[in-house]
Ligand binder design. Structure first.
Ligand SMILES: [Zn+2]
Length: 393
C-alpha cells in the first residue's frame, strides 16, 4: 500500500533517510531516495525531530493579540492573583479567541501536544474550562490538548474550589491541579487530601504548582511523594516549578530527589529568570522525570514567553548547564519524551508505528538544533502538514 506522505532525504539524528507516513503514523524508514510517491516532499537533508510537547501552559491567561498590556509589578503570589483578576474583568475579547490564537501560534512553532492549566474559581466557575473543551475539539487536527483544573485562587482558602475542581474533572479535565498548599492554603495535608481524593475517585492525574520556598517546599515535595505512593499513582503525579529543589542544601536535595524518584513524581520547570530552578542534571541522574513547559505567555504573570518549545529547551539547557552533545539531547527530551510520558501520550519517536508528529528544521543534528533553535520549516501532526515556515498550512 502506498504511503500517504513521503518525507524524502530527511536527516534523522545521524543518517539520511526517506520517511513513509500512512494513516497518521510513521509506516517505514528506508534509505534516502528509495521511497517514491505523488506525495513526496523533498527535504534536501533537513533535520526531522519529534513533535514538541509543551508540558505546562496557560491557554486561558494569554493576552496574545491584544494591544500591549504593561506588566503591573507585585512581588507576592497572592498580590499577582488579585491583579490578574482585576485585569480579567477589564478585557472584553472572549478568552476562547485569545486561546485559539495562542494554539495557532505554538502549532506553527512545532508544538504538537500540550498540557494547559485552566483557572477554576468562584468567579469564572467552569466557563474557562468549557471554552477550552470546545477549543480542544476545534483544533484537534493541529495539536493534542490535556487540561488541568487549576485552583489559581486556592483550594481550601477559596470557597467552593474543591467542588468546582471535581466538577471540572467530571466535565472532561484529565488532571487535578493544586497551588502552594502551605503559602496559599496554610494547610498542607488538607489541600493534598482534596487533590488526591479527587484524583483517586476519578482516575485523574495530578499536577501541583509549587512556589513554596526552601525547606518548606522540599517538605511539601516529600509529602506529595508520600501521597503518590499511598495512592498507587506512580508516574501520574507532577509538581510544577518546585523552586525549592534549587534552594535547599545538597543533603536535603538528595533526600528529596530519592523520594520523588521512588514515588514516581515528575518535576516541571520553565527555566524562569529570577528564580532558583530545580537542578535538572542531578534530578535526572537520581531517576526523577524532569519535563519542561512554557508557563505564562504574554499574560498578567509575565510579558515574556513565545510558546517556542525548542527555544525553551535551549533556555533551560542554558540555565542548567546542559553543554555536551549528550546533555543537549537530554534538553530535547525535556520537551518531547519526558512531557509525553507525564501526559500519558505515546512516546515521540521517529520509528515505524509511532505517531507522525514531526518538526522539520535546518541543523546538522539534535545538539545543534537545541543550541540554535532554528526556524521551523514544517510541522506535521498525525501525518498532515499543519504549518510551513512559521505559518499555518
Ligand atoms: Zn503555571
Amino acid at each position: 500500500m502506498p504511503d500517504d506522505l513521503v518525507l524524502g532525504d530527511a536527516l534523522l539524528d545521524g543518517e539520511r533517510v526517506d520517511v513513509g507516513i500512512a494513516a497518521g503514523c510513521i509506516a517505514r524508514i528506508s534509505p534516502a531516495g528509495s521511497l517514491e510517491g505523488p506525495t513526496r516532499i523533498a527535504l534536501d537533508g533537513a533535520l526531522v525531530i519529534p513533535g514538541l510537547v509543551d508540558g505546562h501552559i496557560h491557554l486561558d491567561k494569554t493576552y496574545l493579540g491584544l494591544p500591549w498590556r504593561p506588566h503591573v509589578p507585585d512581588g507576592s503570589v497572592a498580590g499577582r492573583i488579585e491583579a490578574e483578576k482585576a485585569e480579567r474583568r477589564r478585557i472584553t475579547e472572549p478568552m476562547a479567541l485569545r486561546a485559539r490564537r495562542l494554539v495557532e501560534h505554538v502549532t506553527a512553532r512545532g508544538t504538537t501536544a500540550l498540557r494547559s492549566h485552566v483557572d477554576v474559581d468562584s468567579e469564572v466557575g467552569l466557563k474557562g474550562l468549557e471554552a477550552l473543551l470546545r477549543l480542544r475539539e476545534e483544533v484537534a487536527h493541529l495539536l493534542s490538548i490535556q487540561l488541568v483544573a487549576f485552583p489559581q485562587s486556592g483550594v481550601l482558602s477559596h470557597p467552593g474550589a474543591p467542588g468546582l475542581m471535581e466538577d471540572a474533572i467530571r466535565a472532561g479535565c484529565e488532571v487535578v491541579g493544586g497551588l502552594d498548599p502551605a503559602c496559599i492554603d496554610e494547610d498542607i495535608e488538607g489541600q493534598l487530601a482534596v487533590i488526591f481524593g479527587i484524583a483517586e475517585r476519578h482516575g485523574a492525574l495530578v499536577d501541583i504548582h509549587l512556589h513554596d520556598p526552601g525547606e518548606l517546599g522540599a517538605y511539601e515535595l516529600r509529602r506529595i511523594a508520600a501521597r503518590t505512593k499511598a495512592a498507587g499513582m506512580a508516574g501520574r503525579v507532577a509538581v510544577s516549578h518546585a523552586f525549592a529543589l534549587g534552594e535547599v542544601s545538597d543533603a536535603t536535595l538528595g533526600r528529596t530527589a530519592a523520594v520523588l524518584a521512588q514515588a514516581g513524581v515528575a518535576i516541571m520547570t520553565n527555566g524562569p529568570g529570577p528564580e532558583a530552578i530545580p537542578p535538572v542534571k542531578r534530578l535526572v541522574a537520581e531517576g526523577v522525570t524532569v519535563f519542561v513547559g512554557s508557563d505564562n505567555i504574554r499574560d498578567a504573570w509575565s510579558p515574556y514567553g513565545n510558546g517556542d518549545m525548542l527555544e525553551r529547551a535551549r533556555l533551560v539547557g542554558y540555565r542548567a548547564a546542559l553543554l555536551t552533545n549528550e546533555e543537549l539531547r537530554l534538553a530535547l527530551s525535556l520537551v518531547t519524551e519526558a512531557p509525553a510520558r507525564v501526559m500519558g501520550l505515546p512516546a515521540p519517536r521517529i520509528a515505524p508505528g509511532a505517531p507522525a508528529d514531526l518538526v522539520v528544521l535546518r541543523a546538522a543534528h539534535v545538539p545543534e538544533a537545541v543550541a540554535g533553535a532554528p526556524a521551523r520549516e514544517m510541522v506535521i501532526k498525525a501525518g498532515r502538514v499543519v504549518a510551513r515556515n512559521g505559518v499555518l498550512a
